[in-house]
Write a protein that binds this ligand. Structure first.
Ligand SMILES: [Zn+2]
Length: 388
C-alpha cells in the first residue's frame, strides 16, 4: 500500500480496520540527551558530459539528529538467533533506520535481508533510495503517534537521507496495514511479533488468525518499492501499486536462491489476481489508465494493483529493466500539485501522455492487445486459485 496520508485502499487478505486516536497509554520514557548524534553529510555528484568536460554539483544534505536515549541494537546475521524487543529501540543501517517498539522478535539476519531487498530493488528499478535530488526538507520523523496511543516516541528524530522503517505491533488490533512512501515505511507483520507481542495483540482480534511461521518479505519489498519510487516522482495509482506489486513477487523469486528466508516466502505465498472493473482490451486500455481505478476499484477494491502489475510486466518484456526510469524522466519535468495522491484531471491525462511520449502513441492499444492475447485482466472477478 502506498501511504497517501489519506489512504483508503485496502489490500485483500489484510485485516481491515480503522485507525483510532486513543489516549496516551504509554508513559514517556525518561531521556538524557547524551546519545545525540549529529553529522553533516555533503553529497558530491560528478556528472560526466563528455570525456573532456566534467562538472560538480555540491549541496548540503540533511542532518541526522535525535535526543531520545533508546538502545541501539545490532543483529548478528545468524538466521537462528533472535533479538526480542522490550522497549523502544533502533537499528541504524547504511540506508535506513529500523525504529522499533516492544513486542518484536527479529531474527539475526533480518537487517541483512532488508539490505538485500533494497540492493536488488535499486538495481532493477535503476533508482537509489537515498536519491540526492529528493526534497528532504520534511525529513524529520513523521508524527506516527497514531500508532503509539497518542505518544510520539520519535518526536525530534531527523534521519537525513536515511529512510525510517517503523516495525509495529498492533497491540489493540486496530487493523493496521503496512504502507510506504518517500518519507517512511511502516511494517506490520505478525511473523515479527514476539510471544509477548502476539499474546498482547491476538485477544483483541475480531478474526481467527493463525500465527505465521515466517516473515513476509514480499510485503517489505512492496513497501520499499514505494519508498524508492516516491523519492523519484509521484505516479498514478496503476503505476505506483503496479510496480510495487510486480516487485513484491519478482524480488522474492530473484532472492529465493540466496537466502532461506526468501525461499520460505516463495514456497508459502498465495498468488492471485484481484478483480477488475472491465476486461482490458485495445479500446479501453488508455481510459482505464487515466481513470486509474480511483472511482471504482473493482470487486476487491484493488484493481489498480493487478492492472498495474501486468502493465509493468508488459513494459518490462518490451523495454527491459530501464523502462521505469525512462517513464520517470518524462514525468519529472511536469509540475504536480501537492495533492497527497489525488490528481487533477489534467494531471491524470498527463500521466498517460507521458507514457505515450516514452513508449509510442500506440502503447495503450498494444497493451490491450497483449492482455487479450495472454488472457490476463480478462476475468472481472479475479483469479483466486485454490492453494495446492
Ligand atoms: Zn502499495
Amino acid at each position: 500500500m502506498k501511504n497517501t496520508k489519506t489512504a483508503t485502499t485496502l489490500m485483500a487478505l489484510t485485516v481491515v480496520g480503522s485507525l483510532i486516536f486513543s489516549s496516551c497509554t504509554k508513559a514517556e520514557p525518561t531521556y538524557t540527551p547524551t546519545e545525540t548524534v549529529e553529522e553533516t553529510t555533503t553529497a558530491t555528484t560528478t556528472v560526466e558530459e563528455t570525456e573532456e568536460t566534467t562538472y560538480e554539483t555540491t549541496k548540503e544534505m540533511p542532518h541526522i539528529f535525535f535526543s531520545t536515549n533508546y538502545e541501539e541494537i545490532t543483529l548478528d546475521g545468524n538466521p537462528d538467533s533472535h533479538f526480542v524487543t522490550t522497549d523502544y529501540c533502533y537499528l541504524e543501517s547504511e540506508k535506513y533506520f529500523l525504529l522499533m517498539e516492544a513486542g518484536l522478535d527479529l531474527p539475526g539476519d533480518f537487517a541483512l535481508n532488508v539490505d538485500m531487498i533494497i540492493d536488488e530493488l535499486e538495481k532493477e528499478l535503476g533508482m537509489e533510495l537515498m536519491n540526492p535530488d529528493y526534497d528532504y526538507s520534511l525529513a524529520g520523523i513523521i508524527d506516527n503517534s497514531i500508532y503509539y496511543g497518542g505518544f510520539n516516541p520519535w518526536f525530534d528524530w531527523k534521519l537525513g537521507t536515511k529512510l525510517p522503517i517503523f516495525l509495529m505491533v498492533d497491540t489493540d488490533f486496530e487493523g493496521w496495514v503496512s504502507c510506504g512512501d518517500g518519507e517512511m515505511a511502516c511494517i506490520v507483520d505478525y511473523g515479527l511479533y514476539s510471544d509477548d507481542g502476539w499474546n498482547a495483540a491476538i485477544p483483541n482480534s475480531p478474526y481467527d488468525i493463525e500465527r505465521p511461521g515466517y516473515i513476509d518479505y514480499s510485503t517489505i519489498a512492496h513497501e520499499l518499492t514505494h519508498s524508492i519510487t516516491d523519492r523519484c516522482h509521484d505516479m498514478n495509482s496503476i503505476m505506483t501499486e503496479g510496480i510495487a506489486s510486480y516487485m513484491e513477487r519478482h524480488i522474492i523469486d530473484v532472492l529465493a536462491d540466496q537466502s532461506p528466508a526468501f525461499a520460505t516466502v516463495r514456497d508459502n505465498r498465495y498468488l492471485y489476481d484481484y478483480g477488475i472493473v472491465e476486461a482490458v482490451n485495445a479500446d479501453n486500455s488508455e481510459r482505464l489508465f487515466i481513470e486509474s481505478y480511483e472511482e471504482d476499484g473493482g470487486p476487491q477494491g484493488c484493481a489498480e494493483y493487478v492492472h498495474g502489475r501486468y502493465f509493468c510486466q508488459f513494459l518490462l518484456e518490451q523495454y527491459g529493466e530501464g523502462f521505469l526510469v525512462k517513464y520517470m524522466n518524462e514525468i519529472k519535468t511536469f509540475t504536480f500539485e501537492n495533492n497527497y495522491g489525488f490528481f487533477t484531471a489534467e494531471e491524470k491525462a498527463y500521466f498517460a501522455e507521458a507514457m505515450k511520449n516514452a513508449f509510442g502513441e500506440d502503447i495503450f492499444t498494444r497493451f490491450g492487445d497483449w492482455c487479450v492475447e495472454n488472457n490476463v485482466l480478462q476475468d472481472v472477478d479475479g483469479i483466486f486459485p485454490m492453494p495446492e
